[in-house]
Design a protein around this ligand. Structure first.
Ligand SMILES: [Fe+2]
Length: 354
């Protein structure tokens, strides 16, 4: 039996191996995201405001999570409280059928996995959401994708898609230079895209008061692999920074729920961008859905397929390999977190508190 340190080292070595060209290409092209069910993760199941004394139902991979409050405290359980004496509970909950639950960043997070392993240390770091939530409702919203969650996230992390699919909202592909960098560990992947002299996002022209034709753009997508939750942070000059939390909760294997939060508190109260930008998610998500919903069933079964990739979608490919590596490790019974997800990631995403 290996000791913990050696286990960690060998798993890390496994990742290095998975990133070697031959293994990497094989993994990328044998990606069947519907088969991946990762356990031992916190999922942002609901905005805090949506959880009251009256139970609401959410789900993770079709497993029910009823949420409500007793006094002020959030509760997550397999059954509606009226059915709580059903008598049988799953391995994911305690003897009363209750799941580990916590409340942070304005969300109620439910633990999907072995309750004994639930630990606040595995909660993703989201630097620009207030610890206690409390953002105004116009910064919060919910959209759904008829698509498996990893495909939605893979679409997000390949941000070059936005120039084409969302050109009418966030700007087209015209720019002088584009650089994409990718950083990863066993639990996260972070993509940084730097664009020089990019066409100004139309929404910033309409509502954001930006008069220029081009702007300097730095966009970051950081995905917490197990929680299927993404940070989407954009710095625009001229323009306001965009601070979006973009979770993709797998309600079922092919349906995704996105209870998003776009913190526009940094935008002046007199600037309509503060109110309009969070609402743009409804238009943008429909555009995404038009692409990913038909894609999703095509990835349900293994087939000899060679997806076409450009050098700019390195992040999407690495996301696949990292997810497969986690799934493979869990299949061997290893559910440990080898890297920290709750440590402040401000420096990694380039967030300076403004
Ligand atoms: Fe998109």
């Amino acid at each position: 039996m290996l000791d913990t340190d050696q286990n960690a080292a060998s798993a890390h070595d496994g990742l290095a191996e998975a990133m070697q060209p031959a293994a990497f290409q094989k993994a990328v092209n044998s990606w069947v995201p519907h088969d991946i069910v990762l356990k031992d993760a916190w999922f942002p199941l609901a905005h805090s405001f949506a959880v009251t004394a009256k139970p609401v139902r959410r789900s993770v991979y079709s497993q029910p999570f009823f949420l409500w409050r007793e006094e002020e405290k959030a509760v997550a359980a397999e059954c509606h409280p009226h059915d709580a004496d059903r008598g049988e509970t799953s391995a994911f909950s305690d003897a009363r059928g209750r799941y580990p639950v916590l409340e942070h960043y304005g969300y109620v997070w439910g633990w999907y996995g072995n309750p004994a392993n639930a630990d606040p240390a595995h909660l993703p770091s989201i630097p620009y959401l207030p610890d206690d939530g409390n953002l105004p409702r116009h910064m919060l919203g919910t959209v759904r994708f008829d698509c498996c969650a990893p495909l939605s996230l893979e679409n997000l992390i390949d941000l070059t898609h936005s120039d084409f699919l969302h050109a009418d909202v966030v700007g087209d592909e015209k720019m002088d230079k584009e650089v994409v960098e990718v950083f990863y560990d066993t639990e996260t992947i972070t993509m940084v895209r730097t664009c020089t002299n990019k066409s100004v996002a139309p929404i910033m022209k309409w509502f954001g008061g930006v008069k220029d034709d081009v702007q300097q753009v730095r966009q970051v997508i950081r995905i917490y692999l197990r929680s299927h939750a993404a940070i989407a942070y954009g710095r625009f000059s001229p323009g306001d920074n965009v601070q979006l939390f973009h979770p993709c909760v797998p309600e079922t294997r092919d349906r995704t729920r996105l209870d998003y939060a776009m913190n526009t508190s940094n935008v002046k109260k007199t600037n309509p961008f503060r109110y309009m930008m969070p609402k743009a998610s409804y238009k943008v998500s429909r555009q995404d859905s038009s692409m990913t919903s038909p894609q999703s069933p095509r990835y349900m079964h293994p087939e000899s397929r060679r997806d076409l990739h450009s050098p700019l979608d390195e992040a999407g490919q690495k996301y696949r390999v990292l997810m497969l590596a986690l799934a493979e490790r869990q299949a061997r019974g290893d559910f440990a977190y080898l890297d920290n997800v709750s440590g402040d990631c401000s420096a990694i995403i380039g967030y300076d508190g403004k």
